[in-house]
Design a protein around this ligand. Structure first.
Ligand SMILES: [Zn+2]
Length: 153
C-alpha cells in the first residue's frame, strides 16, 4: 500500500508520512481532509489521497503538544485578537507584522497582530510609530490552547 503525506493546516509543510489505511482513518475521524488526490481513483467514499492536510484545530493541538508552543499562524493570531484590527478596531482579515518582516520583524506572537486590509496597506513597510498608527492592544503569546480553541470541533 502506498504512503500518504500529512501536511500542516494550510498545506505548507510536510509533517509525516502515514499508511493509506491510517490516512483514511484520519479522514473518517475528520481530523484531516484530502489535499491532493490520485486522479480518478477512490477508496470507498473518499478520493484516493496522495496527501492530506490536518484541520486547523488538530494542527494547532499537534504543535502545542509536540513543542509546548502555540503555532503563530494567521488563523491563530486572528483568533487571539478576536478578528479585530489592532489599529482601528474594525473587522480584521489579515495579519500585520508590527516590525515589518522586510526589516527583520519575526513571525512571532509578540510581533503579529490582526489588522484590517486598509490599515495593513496604509501601514505598509513602517513601524506603528513611523506610520502614526498606535497599537490598541499589546500582542502576547496565548497561555493555553483553550484560549484560542475553546471548543472541540
Ligand atoms: Zn484597521
Amino acid at each position: 500500500m502506498s504512503e500518504v503525506l500529512v501536511l500542516n493546516a494550510g498545506g505548507t509543510e510536510v509533517l509525516q508520512r502515514v499508511s493509506l489505511k491510517h490516512a483514511i482513518g484520519m479522514l473518517y475521524r475528520q481530523v484531516a481532509r484530502v489535499r491532493e488526490q490520485v486522479p480518478g481513483e477512490t477508496f470507498g467514499p473518499y478520493p484516493l489521497p496522495k496527501s492530506i492536510e490536518l484541520v486547523k484545530y488538530i494542527y494547532t493541538r499537534w504543535v502545542w503538544e509536540a513543542t509546548g508552543r502555540m503555532p503563530c499562524t494567521r488563523e491563530n493570531v486572528l483568533r487571539r485578537d478576536c478578528h479585530r484590527c489592532a489599529y482601528c478596531g474594525r473587522s480584521a482579515t489579515t495579519v500585520d507584522h508590527v516590525l515589518p518582516r522586510s526589516r527583520g520583524g519575526k513571525n512571532s506572537w509578540t510581533n503579529c497582530v490582526a489588522a484590517c486590509y486598509t490599515c495593513n496597506q496604509r501601514k505598509a513597510n513602517r513601524t506603528p510609530t513611523e506610520a502614526g498608527m498606535p497599537l490598541k492592544i499589546t500582542p502576547r503569546q496565548p497561555n493555553s490552547i483553550a484560549e484560542l480553541w475553546p471548543r472541540r470541533m
